[in-house]
Design a protein around this ligand. Sequence first.
Ligand SMILES: [Zn+2]
Length: 290
Amino acid sequence: MSESPVCNLCRHADTEWYCRKDGIDVVRCRYCGLIFAATLQKNEDLIKHYSDDYFEPYLKTQSVHLKKRFKKRIQEIKQVVFPGRLLDVGCGAGFFLKLAEDIGYTAEGVELSQYAAKYARSRLGLHIFQGELGDACFAPRSFDIITLWHILEHVRDPRNFLTQVEALLKEDGLLAMEVPNIGSTVARMAGAHWELMAPKEHFYYFDAKTLKQYLEESGFKVIRMQTFIWTTPAMIFRAKAASRNGLSRFLLYSLVALAWCLSFIRFRNLPASITGDVLTVYAVKKGGTV
Ligand SMILES: [Zn+2]
């Protein structure tokens, strides 16, 4: 038996097996409950991974959903802090930044992918630093808003990353973020078949408790937490159908019918009684004045 990997959240090395996908074991910390990939891809492999092949299909299939969701998020942010200097870390092709700029924010982005950064600069005319956040050399406490849309699960050291983000945010600044929610019913039921279980690129899997702990220990106070549904049953069905365990015809049709019903509430903010598989969190600095 090899040694347990060290948990990034609580620093204990005591894990149990959670699932295996794409040849990578995913484990759960017995101490704090954080779920994470037992081995992390190397940085150079990651840069290769986020290439044209990664972004091109993503832009084609996800841009409509992204823009719709981003419109909602920018309005939610505007209710708390407006105007101001906004930084979107892991800004991808820049759709969110463009919306922010259009309604009056001073918008800047950081993006690891050369392809996406080029798209954001040349097609949308945005101000983008291509590389890691730590290499961008922004002045401390210089942003009013920092957004992390589906980024924290991709970084190798979330604790260090959140510390960097906290240092860049002004005292009365706002942090807005989204991550996959492993505490959701769908994630628990689907296990390795969950669409967002992707240990080659998603290294960490948060739930409301572990994310709150991360944020509090990095100097933030959570002011709002909400969820929405990302995965449809059809996605789980496709994943299961591709695996060796077939599903009964009845279950198959039930899932498709459920997927159809769910499509009407997909991407909408859900009431607290329903736990969707993506968490949206707004946080301020401890002692901040927002
Ligand atoms: Zn832990």
